[in-house]
Design a protein around this ligand. Structure first.
Ligand code: KE4
Length: 431
């Protein structure tokens, strides 16, 4: 690490937990220490030492147009000169809400918040209020932000209640959460058969992006729709990551399954803090001040964030770049996997829209449990070797990667050349 980077890291560790403001940035999952970013340019990140990386993290999803895209920069610049926040209604909020509800018909009404965590926390509150039920079912490996109800590990047995997955989460908070494996409809049916009358909602990442990248099996999402209808539970698609990443209308458009509630974030903020939750009008009209379900936020829908989000979504709506994005994501993921297999290591690549995943295992996993059965040691070495060759992959084996509209042929060629060298380096190290 550069002397400036090393100095910044020493200072950061003294004043911030783990030196970061979000754990995954710490590079602990790859036994390393992070570089410090000086600037982002298109598909690149530049660190404080001037090194440049092809960036496949893209701020964990928001930057589908790459870093500092002109439409977003211009929109934020213009707004900045008119002020940063008012705490009063603005045209930008109406425009963003109309755009979201136009592009996602299942979202008839939407509330803007400041993060994905706020979105899922609030959607759960609406679901509990609407059904009068307390329990929630989620899937292992799916992440819905850090609200207590979702920081829960699977209990033993299908329908036994969850266990706190973090100190500070009470047994009471965890006890209403059930956890079953992703893509396992039988486990969902069993859980709902046993406790269905208590379940307010089933929360799912329609494409799991927090376990690497795991696609839904054919019929899984439609099966969830059928089972939740049958048991009177709401179906909530957490599209904080997949929203406007896997298709213009999100995973619900791609797979043709309409949830009752949808949560959003990342892309809809263009890199500024925005989350959102929305769905059927009769559900959302329960939210204060229209209804009794309380939720509020000082900076919710703030003009800078809505300016960025509107500019980014407007570009996506005009150009609909998803077919091309999937070609690039597939070329990168499968190309990296091929490079790794060429040196005799097991690897599988996956891509859905502009999201991708590479696993150090023979086949693409169908569940988090299968994803965990991969060579994490090899992944760590590969991540470091790719960084040394100017390619920044997510610093965890259980995160999705992202491409943008400005990841061009030159960047992909550089990435795959680096992957071939990095794979040989790892193979030598592991002999
Ligand atoms: P935020 O509170 O971080 O804005 O969103 C939480 C969230 C909710 N739902 C899904 C499907 C998500 O992927 C996320 C956040 N994603 C992580 C990346 N795995 C954010 C990165 C981080 O935690 O720093």
């Amino acid at each position: 690490m550069s002397s400036l980077g090393a100095d910044l890291w020493r200072r950061a560790l003294r004043v911030m937990p783990g030196g970061v403001n979000s754990p995954v940035r710490s590079f602990r999952s790859v036994d390393s220490t992070p570089f410090f970013v000086g600037r982002g340019e298109g598909p690149f990140l530049c660190d404080t030492d001037g090194r440049r990386y092809v960036d496949y993290v893209l701020s964990w999803g928001p930057l589908i147009l790459g870093h500092a895209p002109p439409p977003v920069v211009e929109a934020v610049r213009l707004q900045l000169e008119r002020g940063t926040s008012y705490g009063a209604p603005t045209e930008g909020e109406v425009e963003l809400a109309e755009r979201i509800t136009r592009l996602m018909p299942a979202v008839e009404m939407v509330r803007l918040v400041n993060s994905g965590t706020e979105a899922t926390m609030s959607a759960l509150r609406v679901a509990r209020a609407a059904t009068g039920r307390d329990a929630v079912l989620k899937f292992s490996g799916c992440y819905h932000g850090h609200t207590d109800a979702f920081l829960v590990a699977a209990g033993s047995g299908v329908a036994t209640l969850g266990l706190p997955d973090s100190p500070g989460v009470t047994r009471g908070a965890a006890s209403d959460t059930m956890v079953v494996p992703f893509n396992d409809l039988d486990a969902v049916a069993d859980a709902l058969r046993e406790r269905g009358d208590a379940v307010a909602a089933v929360f799912v990442e329609p494409v799991a992006g927090n376990a690497g990248l795991i696609e839904p099996l054919p019929g899984f999402l439609s099966g969830l729709r059928e089972l939740t209808w049958r048991h009177g539970a709401l179906l909530v698609f957490d599209e904080v990551m997949t929203g406007f990443r896997v298709a213009l209308g999100g995973a619900q458009a791609r797979y043709g399954v309409e949830p009752d509630l949808t949560t959003l974030g990342k892309v809809i903020g263009g890199g500024l803090p925005v989350g959102a939750y929305g769905g059927r009008r009769e559900l959302m009209e329960r939210v204060a001040p229209a209804g009794p379900v309380y939720q509020a936020g000082t900076l919710s829908g703030n003009p800078l964030a809505t300016a960025a989000g509107n500019a980014q979504l407007a570009w996506l709506e005009e150009h609909d770049p998803y077919a091309g994005l999937e070609v690039v994501a597939r070329r990168v993921a499968l190309g990296i996997a091929t490079a790794i297999r060429t040196v005799g290591l097991a690897a599988a690549g996956t891509a859905v829209g502009s999201m991708m995943g590479v696993f150090f295992r023979g086949e693409a996993p169908r569940s988090f449990e299968q994803a965990q059965d991969s060579d994490v040691r090899a992944f760590r070495r590969f991540h470091s070797a790719m960084l040394d060759r100017g390619v920044f992959l997510a610093p965890s084996p259980f995160e999705a990667g992202f491409v943008s509209t400005v990841h061009g042929g030159a960047e992909v060629d550089l990435t795959l050349a680096a992957a071939r060298e990095a794979a040989e380096h790892v193979a030598r190290e592991m002999r």
